[in-house]
Design a protein around this ligand. Structure first.
Ligand code: HEM
Length: 553
């Protein structure tokens, strides 16, 4: 005859199998399986115990204890499909351990240390592989068998069926929506945005002059973020922000967008935690934010497009009545808000990092300034796109500090025979979550060498190998397949060309107008120390002294 303990244990094992097979993400199912089931069992087994309360309490304890033990034993056992992949025990047992890593803000560095210890494929969760292998890049990011993982559900809102581009998992639906974005971010659209960019850059230069007139240092990172927000506000919502003028982010959007990305990263790290986010106070803030975005979008629709085209115009289809599926209002609100989030912090952080590295390596700063000066103030986008050293500086910044350091996450679908796949001689079982990190791959000496962890823009110059001598020549490695700061494949960054145009223009204009130096007494080591990875990279202040350059007579 079955004992009370045996019954509770058996139930726990059955629940484990159900969770393993079905991975339910529904609060009611969780409640039924994890709370109601053991309580009912306790009620049914009360004849074994002194009282009803003791029966329910003990059954619950045995049930939870058995469930946890069964989970742990299975995840560490050779029965688990990822048994052969190395990784820290705590991470192999539960993704909860990755929360601790996430909240340090240094997950990119910690995962890199794990790769140094365990190799290019590290098991970072019961069902997760963290990968630092350039050969896996095209496979994971450009294969019909690798879909966006459950992490992308974190960007879906419960109160609406609308999805923004980033949250669309189905490849066909994604490619339909992506066409809208591509129309708004292709070469001819970018030409149309040039007047908006030029206006904002002129305003940025005037702002820097105003702020640095007392010879005090200024926080360059903050002002770049204001510039970037104002410019993306022009493109996404028809010019609603005046952060450079006000010297303040009045609507608190920069902070809010960082909080939202942090929440998405948290929910993306352990998808079931998403069930509880709506109870957090910050959830109210995002709802207020969406209400603000909705008002702004409605206002922009009413005003119509001004003389200069903007991205909103393309997303709404104002330019083209042949669009067969115009976006619904909730989708338009999501997409334009996403444009703001995707386009502001990313370019701003890369620019701040570029200034930081240029000032840290004065020789690189002089070489870039000379290259820009040779254009005699004709800083048009085509001329800038052709400057080898300027592009080398931006590439090298993005190599060392990709703004999505930990990269994208995909899940491997089973093949026709239910099998996984072999990548770089390793068999990866189906349904594994795969995360491939540009931060780790791009700093790997196997891909970029010498000076893998140093800022050395020369590696990007044509024929550099011919100019190297000795060890540098022997060690030289330059694997462009291992460079993917804008991601790769059909879901790669839609705004890459816009970002490059904007960053080239800002860097070259500022260097042509000002001499820059770190503020006296500031320790540059603080900059890298303050860089935090919460899905996107964010940083602390960058105190800089700016002096207008003398115009050559
Ligand atoms: C230095 C600047 C930038 C970098 C390094 C960057 C990087 C990335 C990366 C890594 C992704 C993939 C994210 C994922 O799948 O989880 C992405 C997606 C995206 N980015 Fe950027 N980005 C930058 C600037 C911009 C700008 C200025 C825009 C303009 C709106 C933009 C729009 C987008 C869009 C729409 C997507 C989604 C693409 C899709 O799912 O098809 N990005 N970006």
């Amino acid at each position: 005859m079955i004992t009370a303990e045996g019954g509770a244990t058996l139930c726990a094992l059955v629940v484990h199998v159900i969770f393993n097979r079905v991975e339910p993400r529904n609060k009611t199912v969780w409640f039924l399986l994890l709370v109601c089931l053991p309580i009912c069992l306790g009620l049914g087994l009360h004849s074994f115990y002194a009282s009803l309360f003791v029966s329910v309490f003990k059954t619950m304890l045995i049930f939870i204890g058995s469930l946890l033990s069964s989970l742990i034993i299975y995840r560490l056992s050779p029965l688990h499909p990822l048994y052969g992949f190395p990784g820290p025990v705590l991470l192999r047992i539960s993704r909860l351990a990755s929360f601790k890593i996430l909240f340090t803000g240094k997950q990119h560095e910690i995962y890199q240390q794990l790769h140094e210890k365990y190799g290019p494929y590290v098991r970072t969760g019961p069902n997760h592989l963290h990968i630092s292998d350039a050969q896996a890049v095209p496979y994971i990011m450009n294969s019909p068998r690798c879909l966006k993982s459950e992490r992308y559900n974190a960007v879906k809102r419960e109160d609406s069926n609308a999805r923004g581009l980033l949250g669309i998992v189905d490849p066909k639906e994604h490619s339909r929506r992506r066409r809208l974005w591509d129309r708004g971010l292709n070469t001819s659209a970018l030409k149309g945005y040039q007047p908006l960019l030029t206006n904002r850059i002129n305003q940025f230069v005037e702002t820097l002059r105003r702020e640095s007139s007392s010879n005090e240092s200024i926080d360059l990172a903050k002002w770049i973020a204001f510039f970037s927000l104002d410019f993306m506000g022009d493109l996404a919502w028809g010019g609603v922000f005046h952060s450079m003028e006000d010297g303040n982010d009045v609507n608190g959007l920069l902070n809010l967008s960082q909080t939202v990305t942090k929440i998405h990263e948290t929910a993306g790290t352990i998808p079931w935690t998403r069930l509880f986010y709506e109870y957090l106070p910050v959830s109210k803030k995002t709802i207020q934010q969406l209400a603000f975005a909705k008002r702004t979008v409605l206002d922009r629709i009413k005003r119509g497009c001004g003389a200069t085209p903007d991205l909103f115009m393309y997303l709404l289809g104002e330019h083209d009545d042949t669009i067969d599926e115009p976006l619904s209002l909730p989708a338009l609100v999501l997409e334009t808000s996403f444009a703001l989030i995707a386009g502001t912090d990313t370019s701003a952080m890369t620019l701040a990092n570029s200034f930081f590295y240029l000032l840290s390596y004065p020789d690189t700063l002089s070489r870039l300034t000379a290259e820009i000066d040779a254009l005699n103030d004709d800083l048009n986008p085509n001329a800038l796109a052709g400057l080898p050293y300027l592009n080398a500086v931006l590439n090298e910044t993005l190599r060392l500090q990709p703004v999505v350091p930990n990269g994208v996450q995909r899940v491997l679908l089973p093949g026709p025979s239910g099998k996984g796949v072999v990548v770089d001689d390793r068999y990866i079982p189906p349904r594994t979550n795969l995360q491939i990190s540009p931060y780790c791959v791009q700093r790997d000496p196997l891909n970029f060498s010498p000076h893998s962890h140093c800022f050395w823009p020369d590696r990007w110059l044509p024929n550099i190998q011919d100019r190297l001598r000795g060890n540098d020549k022997a060690d030289f490695r330059h694997n462009e397949q291992a460079f993917f700061p804008f991601s790769y494949g059909p879901t790669a960054c839609a705004g890459k060309s816009l970002a490059l145009m904007e960053m080239r223009a800002v860097l070259s204009t500022v260097l042509s107008k000002f001499e820059l130096a770190f503020a006296d007494g500031w320790n540059p080591a603080e900059w890298e120390h303050n860089l935090k990875d919460f899905y996107t990279l964010r940083g602390g202040p960058l105190p800089i002294v700016l002096v207008p350059r003398k115009v050559a007579s």
